[in-house]
Design a protein around this ligand. Structure first.
Ligand code: GLU
Length: 214
């Protein structure tokens, strides 16, 4: 069981995402990462290992003051624990980034059907979803339509949090079976795979209904 978090609001996203991921450490994980989006694009930091290792990588990099981001702790199901297989995963185009909790059972069939093999760098089922989102986004030019079209094609369990490079003020989430809870404060909105990630800030939250797009 891995962890997912997302934040959008008026504060810097990095410390909020890292603190929330630490609250989810008890669920177990082998790697961790965050993606931040701003007008400059999508910035990803990820590594095999602990959140403490991720913090070192982020501290050594130029500061990213983005107020919108997503984060993940991975429990590998497809592909070994490695820097490359860690989430977030980005489409080859760089336009879409996604974190995922769960298993996409038909990812091999999707690679064949949509000829996605060439663009894939990792061994994960999740990167196939990033590629498919990108494909549908090219066609639809609309994030929500691209997400609905993508999840229609998936078999398995999933909770996704998704960002698009050219929609830097938004994050999106959709799930089937795997959990997502969400909340809103006067300084932003947060979502996570369980309420322990939110409990420093609030005890009010809602469970995202299956196949509802947030
Ligand atoms: N199936 C995905 C992977 O292996 C997500 C695993 C998870 O839920 O952490 O990367």
């Amino acid at each position: 069981m891995c962890g997912i978090v997302g934040y959008i609001g008026e504060k810097k996203a990095t410390p909020i995402l890292l603190d929330a991921l630490e609250k989810l450490e008890y669920r177990g994980y082998d790697s961790a990462g965050i993606a931040l989006v701003s007008g400059k694009g999508i910035n990803i930091f990820k590594t095999r290992g602990r959140i403490a290792d991720l913090r070192k990588i982020i501290d050594a990099a130029p500061a990213d003051d983005s107020c919108v981001g997503i984060g993940h702790t991975r429990w590998a199901t497809h592909g070994e624990p490695s820097d490359l297989n860690a989430h977030p995963h980005r489409s080859k185009s760089g336009r879409v980034a996604v974190v995922h909790n769960g298993i996409v059972e038909n990812y091999k069939e999707l690679i064949e059907e949509f000829h996605l093999n060439e663009g894939l760098k990792s061994q994960t089922d999740t990167e196939v979803v990033a590629a498919l989102l990108n494909l549908y986004y090219q066609v639809e030019n609309n994030p929500k339509a691209a997400i609905y079209k993508t999840v229609e094609k998936l078999k398995g369990t999933f909770a996704f949090v998704i960002m698009f490079k050219d929609k830097p003020g938004k994050i999106y989430s959709i799930r089937n079976v795997s959990p997502i809870v969400a909340t809103q404060f006067d300084w932003g909105c947060m979502l996570a795979s369980d309420v322990s990630a939110l409990c420093s800030y609030t005890n009010k939250y809602f469970v995202l209904p299956e196949y509802s797009l947030l």
